[in-house]
Design a binder for this molecule. Sequence first.
Ligand SMILES: CC(C)(COP(=O)(O)OP(=O)(O)OC[C@H]1O[C@@H](n2cnc3c(N)ncnc32)[C@H](O)[C@@H]1OP(=O)(O)O)[C@@H](O)C(=O)NCCC(=O)NCCS
Length: 148
Amino acid sequence: MRVVCIDLTSEFYLKSQKLRNQVLREPLGQNLFDEDLSDEINQFHFVALEKTQVLGVVVLVPHYKNGMGKLRQMATSEEVRGKGYGIMLVKALELFASEHGMTSIILHARHTAIGFYEKLGYQITSDVFQEVGTDHVVMEKNIGVLER
Ligand SMILES: CC(C)(COP(=O)(O)OP(=O)(O)OC[C@H]1O[C@@H](n2cnc3c(N)ncnc32)[C@H](O)[C@@H]1OP(=O)(O)O)[C@@H](O)C(=O)NCCC(=O)NCCS
């Protein structure tokens, strides 16, 4: 398995959207392809690849707020859960963010995923709120900044 930051013109973008839809939207009775995705061109899309198969995805909104990147759309395929793909995707995103001048990452965690982000050093910084019809909290982590 390798984690790569994809070009949005590549075949992997549609594959990553299908995985996001399957993991993050269909279980909620929603469809990712009904959403306005036009801003995604300005975001960085990391995928976990096994040959040409996309088995995980996470997206970085660069410089979302001062010095802060936003992590969104974290999903791994059910058949690879617990094998470290999720952690490798977040670490790749954090390294990239750090190399591009961001010093912290913010995200909206579903209640069921809080433990995953805590393992990665994220801390809860908000009360519970609703997003896509399910409980979420804001979580944040300082990642420092790398010299280029
Ligand atoms: C959350 C998710 C991305 C984790 O992906 P994964 O590929 O299973 O993660 P990893 O294998 O890298 O797991 C890393 C560690 O976190 C733990 N972990 C994974 N998911 C967890 C969860 N939901 N709650 C608590 N711990 C979790 C694993 O047990 C593992 O711990 P270990 O290193 O002690 O064995 C995946 O379960 C998923 O796609 N869930 C559905 C979508 C979702 O909720 N996305 C997040 C939206 S905010």
